[in-house]
Design a protein around this ligand. Structure first.
Ligand code: 2P0
Length: 318
């Protein structure tokens, strides 16, 4: 049976950076994210026959990703499984700091679980997705999502459904190429070499508490404050890793400045940046047109994408 699932990427407002357990890919810190609506990855999975797994990404054979995909399928279905044919399609640039691994692995576990007839619940699927890619666990849920990093496992819950606080996101793409250092490798480097890593870990629960309260009270200004602080703290760990990891370019800084100017002019908007040079501006709906216009006009921005909040990963065809 061929099953197709869709998942959307999520953007962390309180970031996951660091691993407690490399072998099980357990995060060292809790995180809080919003799941997007209009960006998506669709994964089709079917099992059959012997031989080797195959993977096609956006119409081309993708041998470099195959090991990670096969490893994830082993977790979902067991390593004594039939071989899998996996076809992936995304409507946004992949491997460029736009959380494509989150939407890809979230969709993959949902499709594989259904194709194998396993019937796991959302939390179990999220834990499997997280073992493949830490941020993917959050894309099993929609709206605003909290991931709690436990000693042995992660827990997840919705803080708000996608229509309970209608935030908008404008993504300013400043570079479409693949990132120079993958986030997994960058996290390990930061933990081993950045003098700021220990305080990053120590302060995370405090940031989570601020963000959780801001969400509960629908307090945009407080959410903006903690999200920008947490983002810049994570990038400080990257910058102070040895060798340093700097994902930003000139346009990244230009976009941050534009967001600050918009806020000074009265708009409800803040920025966040992940393991790449793209800037995500989170805003209230009434500011979204102004934010998109200003970021589109920023020097070095090659594309903007806009999204509201969406639902978690789901089956779309069997
Ligand atoms: C996040 N990022 O919370 C953070 C912020 C990037 C910066 O989660 O090694 O691809 O596969 O568990 O999930 C990107 O890391 O890392 C990420 P792995 P993943 O969204």
């Amino acid at each position: 049976m061929k099953v197709t699932a869709q998942a959307q990427p999520n953007i962390a407002l309180v970031k996951y950076w660091g691993k407690r357990d490399l072998a099980r890919n357990l995060p060292a810190v809790s995180s809080l994210s919003i799941t997007l609506d209009s960006l998506w990855t669709r994964m089709s999975v079917s099992f059959g026959g012997a031989g080797t797994d195959s993977l096609e990404v956006n119409g081309a054979v993708a041998p470099t990703m195959l090991d990670r995909v096969s490893g994830c399928l082993d977790l979902v279905v067991g390593s004594e499984r039939e071989c899998a044919q996996v076809v992936s399609e995304s409507n946004f640039p992949i491997g460029a700091g736009l959380a494509s691994s989150a939407s890809a692995f979230a969709a993959l576990v949902v499709a594989a679980d259904e194709a194998a007839g396993s019937g796991r619940d959302t939390l179990m699927l999220a834990r499997l997705a997280g073992a493949a890619s830490g941020s993917a666990a959050r894309s099993l849920y929609g709206g605003i999502v909290e991931l709690t990093a436990g000693i042995d496992e992660i827990d997840l819950r919705n803080l708000a459904e996608h229509d309970e606080w209608p935030l908008e996101v404008v993504v300013a793409v400043t570079e479409k190429g693949q990132k120079p250092v993958g986030s997994g490798e960058a996290m390990v480097r930061g933990a081993g070499t950045s003098p700021f890593y220990s305080s990053w870990i120590e302060r995370q629960d405090e940031d989570m508490k601020c963000a959780r309260t801001a969400v509960a009270e629908r307090d945009f200004a407080s959410l903006a404050h903690i999200a920008e602080h947490n983002c810049l703290k994570m990038h400080s760990v990257m910058w102070t890793s040895r060798p340093p990891i700097v994902y930003w370019n000139k346009a990244t800084l230009g976009c941050m400045e534009v967001v600050r100017s918009l806020r000074a002019a009265g708009h409800s908007v803040f920025f966040t940046i992940d393991a790449g040079p793209q800037v995500k501006a989170v805003c209230l709906p009434e500011s979204a047109d102004a934010v998109e216009a200003a970021l589109s006009a920023t020097h070095g921005v090659v594309q903007t994408m806009r999204s509201g909040l969406g639902t978690g990963a789901r089956i779309i065809a069997t």
